[in-house]
Ligand binder design. Sequence first.
Ligand code: FAD
Ligand code: 2HG
Ligand code: ZN
Length: 473
Amino acid sequence: MTAADVPALLRETVGEGALITDPAGMGSYLTDWRNAWSGAAAAVVRPGSTEEVAAVVRACRTAGVAVVPQGGNTGLCGGSMPDSSGRQVVLSLDRMRRIRGVDPVDLTITAEAGVVLRSVQQAAAAEGCLFPLSLGSEASCTIGGNLATNAGGTGVLRYGNMRDLTLGLEVVLPDGRIWNGLRALRKDNTGYDLKQLFVGAEGTLGVITAAVLKLFPAVRSRATAWVALPSPQAAVDLIGVVRALCGDRLTGFEVMSRQSVDFVLRHQAGARDLFADVHPWYALVELSDTLPDAGLDGLLEAGLAEAFEREVAADAVVASGSAQVAALWALREGISEAQNFEGPSLKHDVTVPVSSIPAFVERTDRALQAALPGIRIVTYGHIGDGNLHYNLSKPAGSDDAAFRAMAGELARVVYDSTSSFDGSISAEHGLGQSKRDVIADYKDGLELELMRGIKRLLDPPGLMNPGKVLPSA
Ligand code: FAD
Ligand code: 2HG
Ligand code: ZN
C-alpha cells in the first residue's frame, strides 16, 4: 500500500466526513503551536466513536500503515507528530468529546478521550465536585493526551498526577480490539493493573478512547501568596514551614527564578512586579479547603510570619480577591509562552528529590554557565514535587542557530546533573521524539528491555505511534 492509497482505505472505513487530506486542512494537525515540531501525513482521520477508532486501527494494521494518536497537540516533546514520510495517519480524537457521566456519589467522571481538560473540570464543578488536574494548557489539552503523557501540573502535590486520578480506561489495542476497562472501583486486586500500562505510554501501546476519573469534594476557600526568596534552599525550607502548619491544605507550591519572572514581565501584557526590590527566586503558595470559611488567609499569614522570622522569606504578598489570585497565577503560567519571545527555548523537564534541589540547582547552573557563558537559565516548576523545568535561552543578543546547535550538549549537562542526584529526565512531559534516544543513557537497561517486550507483545509490527518513547534499535 502506498501513501496515496490510504485516503481511499479510510474513506471506506469511516466515510469522507471523518477524513482530512488537503494540506491546508491538515495544517494544524501537522505542526504544534510553537512550531517546534512538524510532520507530514497521508491523512488525518477523526473518528466519532470507539467503534470507528477500532475500525481505523484495524484497517491501518492490515494495510501496514502507522497510526499517530493525537489529542490537543499541546505536548512538548513531539509525541503527537507523525514523521516526515507522509505515510503515517494522524488519528485525532477531537470528535470524541462526550462526557458519558458524572457521579457525585461514586465521585467519578467518565469522559471520552477528546474531551478538553477544562470541560472535565467544569462538568465536575457543575456537580459540586473537583477534578484537580490543572495545567497551563488546560483550555486545549485533552483527557486522552493527559492520560497518555501521565500529565502533572500544579495540583500534584495534593492530588497526584493523572496516573493517580485514573480508575478505569477504554482502549483500542494496536490490533483493533476494544478493551473495556471502564471500571469505577477504588479497590480491584485481580492481577496486573493493566490500565497503568497505557497511562504514560504516549500512544505507543494503543488509543485511549475513554476513562473513568476520580473526583474530589469541591474547594470552597483558597489563600494564595507570592513570596520573594533568597535561594532555592529557602524555597525548600518554606515548603516545610507551610506544610508543618497547614498539612494537606497546602495544595500548590510553585517556584520561579528571577530570570523566568523577568521574561513574563517583559512579554505579558499587564504583568507587573509585586515588590520594589529584585529577588533571585519567588514562590507561589496556595492553600485550599473544602470549607467556605476555613481561615486560610490567617493560616497563610502565620506561616509567612514564621518564614520571615527564620529568614526563609524576604518579602510576601497575600492575594486579596480573585483578580489578584488570577494575576499571580498568570505570572507563573505565563513563563512557557514568554520564553518563546526570547529565541529558541531548550526544554528540560526533570525531577530530583525535593531535598536535593538546592545542591542540584547550584551544580547545574555552574556547569551550564561553564558550557555557555551568558546562557539564560529559566528555572521554574512544581518544586513541591521536586519537578523543575530547567529551560534554557540563548545569551542575550546571540545567534539562534548557534544556540540550537548546542542543544544536545546542553541537554547532557542538565541530564548528567539530574542523574547524579538520582533524578528523572522527564518528570511530566514524557519522552516523545525529543528524549527517546537520550533515555537509553539514563534508564536502566533491564527496564528498557521490559518496555520493549511489552511493546512487542501488544504491537508486534510496531505500527502504533512508532518512533516515540523507545530508543531506536
Ligand atoms: P497531545 O499533545 O495531542 O499528545 C501527547 C501524547 O499523547 C502523544 O504522544 C500522543 O500520541 C498521545 N495521545 C494523545 N491522545 C491520545 C489518546 N487518546 N490515546 C493514546 N495516546 C494519545 N504537561 C504537564 O504534565 N504539566 C504541565 O504543567 C504542563 N503545562 C503545559 C503548559 C503549556 C503552556 C503547554 C503548551 C503544555 C503543557 N504541558 C504540561 C504539556 C501538555 O499540555 C500535556 O502533556 C498534555 O497532557 C498533552 O495533552 P494533549 O491532548 O495536547 O496531547
Ligand atoms: C509548566 O509547568 C509546563 O508550565 C510547561 O509544564 C513547561 O514549557 C515548559 O517547559
Ligand atoms: Zn510543568
